[in-house]
Design a protein around this ligand. Structure first.
Ligand code: NAD
Length: 281
């Protein structure tokens, strides 16, 4: 692990979904700044793998199995973090995602679509799929905050980072559940920021644009690496003309959790190559 100014030395950072593509990089960045990092994930192997990688690079980390939708699982994980690293100073609510059951086949409902039995339209969306997405993104951020933010009460320099998305500003076609759930995350970020303000706990969110990850790779690129129609649309709508890389999130994360941003709370930072600023014309 390269030397840095170790601005987070001694702090304990908990990152849910830390075994995932984006949060692995965030976990690594926090460790590089000297934080002791707990990688919480439903996928225990990935959590341990990320923690081992950090340790090999000279950082301090543990991988802990946790389901962000189960209070008992989070309470157990919290105890492990307390025993091995100490009380939580920084919480990154990174677990989240979409589900095909909350997704329509086409962006627009058009003449004749209802006669096509094979086409999943808005009318066919399964409420179980919608609930899954709302739970994973919203409840999956609320519950870890209930369990870990109690550690922050009475301490200085604590903060929470939620992960919102582009579609919280303007919904993306086909994914009403994910768009609604991320809009709820942006709103919750503001609500919590106000609620925790007298305790000095700051709450902010990152809103990544389009990052090429395993979840969306087949939607955005073909097997030969060329862009799909949707991928082309995204790039054409991104003034900076490329997909995001996980590393693009790091500087905003480090700024938001550091004392340099001590007067910043309740904001949602778009990291999107200008996507949310561009009307398309
Ligand atoms: P990812 O699928 O690579 O990572 C998500 C991680 O969360 C996985 O390791 C998974 O095992 C874990 N997880 C899933 N359910 C869980 C549960 N119930 N309890 C604990 N862990 C659970 O996804 P990613 O692309 O790295 O996304 C990370 C965050 O960023 C998500 O909130 C996602 O919605 C958001 N986001 C991603 C993009 C993008 O382009 N990839 C854009 C905007 C926002």
């Amino acid at each position: 692990m390269e030397k840095s100014n170790q601005s987070l030395k001694g702090k304990v950072a908990v990152i849910t979904g830390g075994g995932g593509v984006l949060c692995e990089v965030l976990a690594y960045a926090l460790a590089k700044e000297g934080a002791k990092v707990a990688i919480l994930d439903l996928n225990t192997d990935r959590a341990v793998e990320v923690a081992e990688k950090i340790k090999k690079q000279g950082g301090e980390a543990i991988g802990v199995e946790a389901n962000v939708l189960q209070k008992t699982s989070l309470i157990e994980a919290h105890q492990i973090v307390l025993d091995k690293l100490g009380a939580c100073d920084i919480l990154v609510n990174g677990a989240g995602g979409n589900h095909p059951m909350g997704t329509t086949a086409k962006p627009f409902l058009e003449e004749g679509d209802l006669e096509n039995e094979d086409l999943k339209t808005f009318f066919d969306l399964d409420t179980e799929g919608i609930k899954f997405v709302f739970d994973l993104n919203f409840i999956g951020s609320l519950l870890p905050t209930q369990i870990f933010a109690k550690d922050m009460v009475g301490k200085n320099g604590c903060s929470i980072i939620n992960i919102s998305s582009m579609n919280a500003f303007t919904p993306l076609t086909k994914i009403p559940a994910y768009s609604g759930a991320k809009a709820a995350i942006s709103n919750f970020t503001q609500w919590l920021a106000v609620h925790f303000s007298k305790m000095g706990i700051r709450v902010n969110a990152l809103a990544p644009g389009f990052f090429l990850t395993e979840q969306n790779r087949s939607l955005l690129t073909n097997e030969d690496g060329s862009l799909t129609a949707r991928g082309t649309q995204v790039i054409e709508h991104t003034p900076l003309g490329r997909f995001g890389k996980p590393e693009d999130l790091v500087s905003s994360l480090l700024w938001l959790v550091s004392d340099e941003s001590s007067f910043v709370t309740g904001i949602v930072v778009p990291i999107d190559g200008g996507f949310s600023a561009y009307s398309g014309v």
